[in-house]
Design a protein around this ligand. Structure first.
Ligand SMILES: [Zn+2]
Ligand SMILES: [Zn+2]
Length: 225
């Protein structure tokens, strides 16, 4: 999640789903399982991912917010660029963890128009904390290119847990390597909707919008919800 401090108005007392009642919180918001944090996890580095936890989440198909195994269906958040590449780089979520994130995450809720350019690190005094080794933390997927950039449109997709397959793209000269959920074929996307619009100045090539328009012509009775 992006730094909540950039939000114009603070979110106070957002209802927390039962799955997240024991999760650490910071400024009243749940600290996602994959977010980099001090040993005291109520002190996160918003906008940075913990590479070890991220590997664990991919390997065991865990929810990126609560860290528990995903259930069916899995909820994905993706941008048109992810769809073009065929990989959703944000790990999946439980539907209720997704609902929570969509409300509190400034990027997903549309409260901010730019990615947080400079997440800040502070060393803590806990000798058992790993922050002393945070010299060169691994960037989050796509982070190097998205820092400070105008927000793209974000979409919520539902896929069957059986279709939740992790793939790696080694990248090219112009694109960074990426790991994520295989989005091909697009028929595995069971439900798709836009949850925030692109900010002014963002890339506008949006094949996900086209996909929704196409699917609307063929709405079937087995669509979830
Ligand atoms: Zn969850
Ligand atoms: Zn620390």
């Amino acid at each position: 999640m992006t730094d909540p401090n950039t939000r114009a108005h603070r979110i106070d007392r957002m209802p927390i789903p039962i799955r997240l009642v024991d999760a650490p919180t910071s400024q009243g918001m749940v600290v996602p399982f994959v977010t980099l944090a001090h040993r005291d996890r109520s002190r996160p580095v918003w906008g940075k991912l913990d590479p070890t936890r991220l590997r664990e989440v991919w390997q065991h198909k865990l929810c990126q917010i609560c860290g528990e195994p995903l259930t069916d269906p899995a909820v994905l958040y993706l941008r048109p660029a992810d769809y073009l590449r065929g990989i959703a780089v944000e790990p999946g979520l439980h539907p209720e963890c997704g609902l929570y994130s969509r409300r509190v995450c400034p990027m997903l809720s549309g409260a901010v128009d730019r990615y947080n350019p400079h997440p800040t690190y502070h060393r803590c005094t806990d000798p058992a904390c790993t922050c002393a080794r945070w010299i060169e933390p691994e960037p989050a997927p796509g982070e190097a290119v998205r820092d400070g950039q105008p927000a793209e449109a974000w979409y919520e997709a539902w896929i069957a847990l059986a279709d939740y397959a992790i793939v790696s793209d080694p990248g090219t000269e112009n694109t960074a390597p990426a790991t994520g959920i295989d989005l091909q074929p697009s028929s595995r996307i069971r439900r798709l909707r836009r949850i925030r619009d692109a900010a002014p100045g963002a890339h506008t090539l949006d094949l996900l919008a086209a996909l929704i328009a196409t699917r609307a012509l063929f709405t079937s009775v087995d669509e979830p919800e």
